[in-house]
Design a protein around this ligand. Structure first.
Ligand code: G3I
Length: 371
C-alpha cells in the first residue's frame, strides 16, 4: 500500500475500516491529530458521495471526520419541483457519513442561490411562507437524528451588514430569518442550527451577524452556531480580524465553525473577497500564472498562511466546533472557476494527485510540536 508522502511519523495500527478497505495501515492524519480540538471536515462532490474513485474515497476516510455536501443538498437538487423532492444523492451522502462514523453537516436550507426555477417564480408572501414550511420541515425531518447540524440560512447579509434583498426578504420581510430557524428546530429539536456566510471577519458584516443572532434569540428562535465560510486570501483577512470574529460570535453563546475553508493563491486585481458567485471576469494568461505547477515560494507562503490560521484556531479550540475544507483536493476546487473560469488554483491541503502539500505538513506540524 502506498503511504502518504509527508514527514510525520506513522502510527501503525491495524484497523477495520469501512471506506472500501478491509485492513489498512493508518497514518497520522488531520482527523487523528486534531481529534481533541475540533472536527476536521471536507466538502464532497456528487462523485465522491457515490464513491466513484477509490483513491479519493480512502483519502477522505483517512483524513476527515466531518462531511458537507458541496452541492447536492441545495434547493434546486433536492426540491426540483413544487411537489417533488429528490433525496437520492442526499440519502447516499448521509449513509456515507454514518457508515464512516462522521459528523454530518447539512448545507443548506434557505439560500437565494441555486434555487429551482419554480422557486424563483414565487412572488407573494402566502406562497413563500408555505414553501418555507414545507421545504424546511420535509428536509430536516427526512434526516432527523441523523444529520448533526444544518446551515439553516446561508448568505443573507450584504457586505455592509444589512439584509440582502433576496426573494425571501422581498416576499416575507426580515422575519423570514427567525421563521426559518423556528421551523428547523420544530422538525428536529436536537440538531445544531447555524447561520452561514462569507467575509464574516469584516467589521461591518460581523456587526450584521451579531444583530441577526441576537434577533433570532430574542424572538425565541434556536440558533446554535455561526458558520464562517473562510474563502480567504494569502494576505487577507488579517488574523486579528479573524480572532475578533471568533470572540464576538462566541460571546453571543453560539459555536463557531469554519465551514468552507480554502485560500486562493491566484491574482485578484479586483480585490474580491468572499464567494459571490455572480462575480465573473474574463481571463488571460497573466491571470493564470501557475497552469502547471505552483512555485515553491508560493507553496511556502500558503503553508505559512495555513499554519498561522490553524495556530489561531487551536488557541480558540474551546469555541470552535468544526473546520471544514471546501473540497478534498485542489483539482475539484470551485476556485478553479471563480471569478474566472478555467484557471488552475491551489487552495487546499492536497494537490490534484491527492498528495499532501507543504500546507498539509504545516497544519500537522502544529500538533506534532505539542507532543
Ligand atoms: O448541475 C450542473 C450540471 O448539470 C452541469 O453539467 C455542470 C456543467 O458545468 O454544471 C452543474 O452545475 C454546477 C454546480 O456547481 C454543480 O456542480 C454549476 O455550474 C456551478 O456553478 C456550481 O458551483 C457551485 C457553487 O457553489 C454554486 O453557487 C460550486 O460547485 C460550489 O463549490 C459552490 O459552493 C458555495 C457554497 O455552497 C456557499 N458558499 C460559497 C461556495 C462557493 O461559491
Amino acid at each position: 500500500m502506498k503511504l502518504i508522502n509527508h514527514c510525520l511519523p506513522l502510527i501503525s495500527i491495524l484497523i477495520l475500516n469501512s471506506c472500501n478497505i478491509k485492513k489498512t495501515e493508518v497514518s497520522a492524519s488531520l482527523k487523528n491529530s486534531y481529534k481533541d480540538d475540533f472536527y476536521m471536515g471536507t466538502a464532497l462532490s456528487a462523485d465522491q458521495i457515490e464513491e466513484k474513485n477509490a483513491k479519493e474515497d480512502s483519502l477522505i476516510c483517512r483524513e476527515f471526520n466531518a462531511i458537507t455536501a458541496e452541492n447536492i443538498m441545495k434547493s434546486m437538487f433536492v426540491h426540483p419541483q413544487k411537489d417533488k423532492y429528490d433525496f437520492t444523492l442526499s440519502d447516499k451522502f448521509v449513509a456515507f457519513g454514518e457508515k464512516n462514523k462522521m459528523f454530518i453537516h447539512g448545507h443548506t436550507l434557505i439560500w437565494h442561490s441555486q434555487l429551482a426555477p419554480w422557486m424563483e417564480k414565487i412572488k407573494d408572501s402566502t406562497e413563500m411562507k408555505a414553501f418555507m414550511k414545507d421545504h424546511i420541515t420535509t428536509i430536516v425531518s427526512q434526516y432527523k437524528g441523523r444529520i448533526n447540524s444544518w446551515d439553516v440560512v446561508n448568505e443573507a447579509l450584504n457586505e455592509d451588514g444589512t439584509l440582502r434583498k433576496s426573494v425571501f426578504l422581498n416576499t416575507l420581510g426580515e422575519d423570514y430569518l427567525v421563521d426559518a430557524f423556528k421551523l428547523a428546530a420544530a422538525a428536529d429539536p436536537k440538531v445544531d442550527l447555524y447561520y452561514n456566510d462569507y467575509n464574516l471577519e469584516d467589521p461591518a458584516k460581523r456587526e450584521g451577524v451579531i444583530r441577526l443572532v441576537k434577533k433570532i434569540k430574542a424572538a425565541g428562535g434556536k440558533i446554535d452556531g455561526v458558520g464562517s465560510q473562510g474563502h480567504w486570501q494569502l494576505d487577507s483577512p488579517s488574523l486579528e480580524e479573524i480572532e475578533k470574529s471568533i470572540l464576538a460570535y462566541s460571546a453571543l453563546g453560539v459555536k463557531v465553525a469554519f465551514t468552507e475553508l480554502d485560500i486562493t493563491v491566484l491574482p485578484n486585481p479586483w480585490d474580491l473577497k468572499g464567494a459571490d458567485v455572480n462575480q465573473n471576469f474574463e481571463g488571460n494568461a497573466k491571470m493564470n500564472p501557475y497552469p502547471e505547477i505552483l512555485p515553491d515560494s508560493v507553496q511556502t507562503k500558503l503553508a505559512q498562511r495555513y499554519a498561522d490560521i490553524f495556530k489561531l484556531f487551536l488557541k480558540h479550540k474551546d469555541k470552535i466546533s468544526r473546520v471544514t475544507f471546501w473540497g478534498v483536493h485542489d483539482g475539484q476546487s470551485w476556485l478553479n472557476d471563480w471569478p474566472i473560469k478555467g484557471r488552475t488554483n491551489y487552495p487546499l491541503l492536497f494537490d490534484k494527485e491527492l498528495q499532501p502539500k507543504k500546507a498539509y505538513n504545516s497544519v500537522m506540524q502544529l500538533k506534532e510540536a505539542k507532543k
